[in-house]
Unconditional design. Structure first.
Lengths: 740, 168
């Protein structure tokens, strides 16, 4: 269909700020989250979890629980009909523990009962014999400790086979002359604490047996088909006997990429032949999902007198916790982006992720880029100071752009307007300093009324960061969409892309309306039952992938209609793939084809903060950012992603950290794990840089992650400017500022 | 937030009959003393628009109106609200027309996943009832007890301003 024949639509095409399609049910309370689901005859499931970070598991005595009132099933690893382990990349995680538990909160047994309270009480009666073992909690000692996974599930998968124990993956990227000297060198050691996704809707779902040996699981998740492919083998079922349906998702941010209740619920449902619902409470949610990898980063930057980077050497240690999850990809991302969006000819980067008995880590918004951005931006500021060059000038001087290349040897073929985002963010007007004295509510410490402002200092910080879009290193990353055109001119789109709040449902509909030229487009439920995989709602990939798949399916459907005649129904499914990637060389970390990552997006951010240097209290006053977003499908939704993503980075900078003692989480609640509130988060002034990405449908890019990558270093840079302290660890604690 | 008077809490500690008016309809319920209001609403009355984010009165996802004032329904026992009126998100629209605060959250993109939204809307309704023209600062202070992990709050604040009739 040519442009001219497309009827003019009031609203709803690519590029328009269309309100969320699920907005009305969400503001009226009708929207069904996974925790709202009900079924006739439904039982409640409960998970018994390990109180130890590391222990040998002896006998599990369920006899006292079995006969309790209302109890229909008590299951252990012995009741698993199929594979006993699962995992996103390696099958290293037991469905229910056997022989050993490796982290605090690891699932050991399951109960189903008529009332959730009965299930909890029965769970308390299960006697598990534990022989506590010394937990491995220091990642720096991991490679000298006894192996936590003696069968080495991560070896022999095409990555460099590091012979040391407890390595999930180690990657070395070597480019140019790693010994190259500059005129000036700066170095630092940086640490990042464990951040939690802290989505507001805890894990939950409903498993319903189909009466023929199969099961339907309604669950809040990010990747329906890979859930299915992990669930089915453990149940000893064929993939088509397990259907995963997306239930309403209360936020995700990476934390729902791994399984939570899916296998457990299905096991209980098949065992009892009744629907089984499992809902975690907040405490269980904190132990029940993976977190952002804590990291320690050693960096040395060498530059010429005129400010050009000559050599960057970085060593990254990521604590993967007890199981691999998506750690291999995080390891590689951290290595790929360790230098930042800067050009340098010589680099030596070593990125290692180890197993420990700490909480398992995996995907969280920013995925490896967050940790290294904190380090490289601190280094750039240090370098600017050592060279006496303006920090923004220094960044501009070294800014990467199209045609430039990364330490992996990959040339930037798409858009990457690093210099542009720097200039645009730097040009934003910073507000004047507020006068003192002033209302204590507008001082660091706020309602605590702790100061009149005597010790308050103001600082302005700046940071730049970038990240990949889409899956990398040869992963077969695709998205399917199926379009039905009906005789009345309306259309239905099927796509398994998980709407987790990011707004992908709008993207699907806006693309379909653009292509079909009709407004009446319905979105079918997201499920594995009617359409092939959409891949994961992660890696800032969904907008791009779904745009491609829906576009192609719509065009194919229209062609079909033209052939068959418009009075007939058509139903076509198409699969879209982004440009192919290839693995990195396991020895040198260099690209083995044109690209290891598909494309990149960057952002720059400027932050004004006030710090009470006597009390260690902080207040972020103003945030301005410029972000490379490609062509914005829905500008209002893009702004929303920038604001929300920035808040998460601010949280990591100032307050968010999972605390552990000997591997046990000690702050698993919203009373003790703090996330930013309305008073912590100022409005964000954001500029969208819309350069069309040449390889992407409609020139789109992903937008969710760059704000999270760049905001942590930008906030901490402002604190450094205010205090003059090094602040090399996040979250920054009052003690770090006061330095007692 | 409403501070409950002590008299509200003096209830016999046995299964008791309570009468609660929810969204204008009276319900006579047999409640165990341990049942939290939020579960009475969700499980007994099927009003699942009120969400649970924490169970420890930290997130505000469960905010409802008790006699017109916002309160976190996970901090109250069902038996404590005997004889009182509760409004939940399901009770805000009148004759199928959304409340102006609901309209504003939808139009100003005041939500992403929406899990926090019913709680924010109820807290905002209560605020605007007491302070029809709040400043941005007053809005931020009034909503401090509600957490949102998705939006960064900017569009939530803007939605409340829009509902109050401020040009945004
Ligand atoms: S569930 Fe009530 S405040 Fe969080
Ligand atoms: S919109 Fe997701 S928590 Fe607020």
């Amino acid at each position: 269909m040519s442009e001219a024949t497309v009827p003019k639509l009031e609203l709803g095409r690519v590029g328009e700020s269309l309100p969320r399609v699920d907005g009305i049910p969400k503001v009226t309370g009708e929207f069904a989250y996974s925790s709202d689901l009900q079924a006739a005859g439904m039982l409640w499931g409960h998970t018994v979890r390990s109180p130890h970070a590391h222990a040998r598991v002896g006998t599990i005595d369920i006899s006292a629980a079995v006969g309790m009132p209302g109890v229909h099933a008590v299951l252990t690893h012995e009741d698993i009909p199929g594979e006993k382990r699962y995992g996103l990349e390696f099958q290293d995680q037991p469905v229910l523990a056997y022989e050993r538990v490796r982290y605090f909160g690891e699932p050991v047994a399951l109960v189903a009962a008529e009332h959730p309270e009965q299930a909890r009480r029965a769970a308390e009666r299960i006697r598990v014999e534990y022989e506590p073992l010394e937990p491995l909690v220091d990642p720096e000692r991991a490679t000298e400790a006894e192996p936590l996974h003696p069968d080495r599930p991560t070896m022999g998968h095409g990555y460099r086979d590091d012979p040391r124990p407890n390595i999930v993956r180690s990657l070395v990227i070597r480019q140019g002359d790693p010994a190259a000297e500059g005129d000036v060198a700066v170095s630092g050691v940086y640490e990042i604490g464990i951040q939690d996704q802290a989505f507001l809707g805890p894990e939950s779902g409903l498993a319903v047996p189909d009466g023929e040996g199969g099961v339907d699981v309604y669950v809040a998740t990010q990747w329906l088909h890979v859930d299915r492919d992990q669930v089915a083998p453990c149940l000893n079922l064929k993939p088509e006997q397990v259907r995963i349906h997306l239930a309403g998702v209360g936020g995700a941010f990476g934390g729902r990429e791994d399984l939570s209740m899916q296998i457990h619920g299905a096991l209980l449902a098949l065992h009892t032949n009744r629907p089984v619902k499992i809902v975690y409470n907040r405490e269980e949610s904190f132990v029940g999902h993976i977190h952002r990898h804590p990291a320690k980063i050693w960096a040395e930057h060498r530059a010429s007198r005129d400010g050009r980077l000559v050599n960057v050497r970085v060593r990254i240690l990521l604590d993967g916790g007890a199981y691999a999850s998506s750690s291999t990809a995080v390891t590689s991302n951290a290595a790929s982006f360790a230098v930042g969006p800067y050009a340098v000819d010589n680099a030596l980067i070593e990125s290692t992720c180890v197993y420990t008995n700490n909480p398992p880590c995996g995907a969280m918004r920013g995925f490896g880029a967050v940790q290294v951005c904190f380090a490289h931006e601190a280094q750039m500021d240090k370098l600017a100071e050592a060279l006496d060059i303006d920090p923004i000038e220094l960044r501009l001087l070294n800014a990467l752009g199209p045609g430039g290349s990364l330490p992996t040897g990959q040339t930037i073929t798409g858009t990457l307007p690093v210099a542009d985002v720097i200039r645009r963010a730097a040009a934003l007007d910073v507000p004047e300093a507020e006068e003192l004295p002033r209302d204590p509510m507008r001082l660091p410490g706020g309602s605590g009324n702790t100061t009149r402002g005597e010790g308050v200092r103001r600082g302005v910080g700046f940071a730049v960061g970038f990240k990949n879009i889409g899956y990398s290193e040869g992963f077969d990353d695709y998205t399917a969409a199926r379009v039905q055109l009906h005789a009345d001119g309306s259309a239905t789109v099927h796509c398994a892309a998980a709407e987790v709040g990011q707004g992908v449902a709008n993207v699907i509909l806006q693309v379909a309306r653009t292509e079909l030229g009709v407004r009446d487009v319905a979105l079918a439920p997201h499920t594995t039952a009617t359409v092939d995989s959409a891949g994961s709602a992660s890696a800032s990939r969904m907008t791009w992938m779904v745009s491609g798949a829906v576009r192609d399916a719509c065009r194919a459907a229209l062609e079909e209609w033209d052939k068959k005649g418009r009075s007939l129904e058509v139903d076509v499914e198409r699969i879209y793939r982004h440009p192919r990637t290839t693995p990195l060389d396991p020895e040198t970390g260099q690209v083995t084809g044109e690209r290891a990552h598909v494309a990149y997006a960057c952002a720059a951010m400027r932050v004004v903060a006030e710090v009470d240097v006597e009390l260690g209290l902080t207040r972020v006053v103003w945030i301005g950012t410029a972000q490379d977003v490609g062509h914005a499908v829905n500008p209002q939704a893009v702004q929303g992603q920038i604001e929300g993503g920035t808040a998460q980075g601010l949280g990591l900078a100032l307050m968010e950290e999972i605390q552990t003692r000997d591997g046990l989480i000690t702050n698993a609640s919203f009373t003790d794990y703090l996330i930013p509130t309305t008073l912590d988060m100022p409005p964000v002034v954001s500029e969208l840089i819309e350069e069309a990405e040449p390889d992407a449908p409609y020139g789109v890019k992903g937008v969710g992650e760059p704000p999270t990558v760049v905001s942590t270093p930008a906030v901490v840079a402002a604190l450094r400017a205010a205090t003059g302290r090094e602040l090399s660890r996040v979250p920054v604690r009052p003690d770090d500022i006061v330095g007692l | 937030m409403l501070a409950l008077s002590f008299s509200l809490c003096r209830k016999e500690l046995a299964v008791g009959q309570v009468s609660i008016t929810v969204n204008g309809a009276e319900h006579i319920l047999e409640l165990e003393p341990r049942e939290l209001l939020v579960y009475v609403l969700r499980e007994r009355l099927g009003l699942t628009g009120t969400n649970v984010g924490c169970d420890t009165s930290s997130c505000g996802a469960c905010t409802v109106l008790l006699d017109g004032e916002s309160v976190k329904s996970c901090t109250l026992l069902g038996v404590q609200v005997d004889g009182h009126e509760i409004t939940t998100i399901e009770g805000l629209a009148t004759n199928g027309t959304m409340h102006p605060v609901q309209e504003a959250f939808h139009e100003q993109h005041g939500l992403q996943c929406g899990y926090c939204t019913p709680g924010f809307i109820m807290a905002a309704v209560s605020l605007l009832d007491e302070t029809p023209n709040p400043s941005e600062e007053e809005i931020r202070h009034a909503l401090e007890g509600n957490l949102c992990r998705c939006t960064g709050y900017q569009n939530i604040v803007r939605a409340v301003q829009a509902a109050a009739g401020v040009e945004v």
